[in-house]
Design a protein. Structure first.
Length: 116
């Protein structure tokens, strides 16, 4: 295959988007997600220290974000044939999914008991 054929095939697979554009979008999403978690962690820490109350939703948001990231990394790595860290990403994603379920259960348990 010639260079032009490879580029045409890549654009066709990516619906006309340039590979560099896709990489930039992926990095921007990652930075935005990490920034959101940093802001949330900061607000949760301030609430805990100054007002003795933390946001019960923050651990759910943090763990669910991490779970989705881990499972997505696993699936994309598996699809692309990467074998470096796919097992570790699967373990991380499932662990964070477990934490998310536990935090959601605790939230609804406390809401039901009238503790919030």
């Amino acid at each position: 295959m010639k260079r032009e054929e490879i580029l045409a095939k890549a654009r066709k697979e990516n619906k006309g988007a340039d590979i560099v554009e896709l990489e930039v979008q992926n990095k921007a999403r990652g930075i935005a997600g990490a920034g959101m978690l940093l802001i949330g962690a900061s607000m949760n820490l301030i609430g805990s220290l100054m007002y003795d109350r933390s946001c019960r939703l923050f651990p759910i948001m943090f763990c669910s974000y991490a779970a989705i990231q881990g499972l997505t990394q696993f699936m994309l790595g598996k699809r692309r044939g990467s074998t470096k860290l796919t097992g570790l990403w699967l373990f991380y994603g499932l662990l964070m999914t477990g934490f998310t379920v536990i935090f959601i259960y605790q939230l609804f348990r406390d809401l039901n008991a009238g503790r919030l």
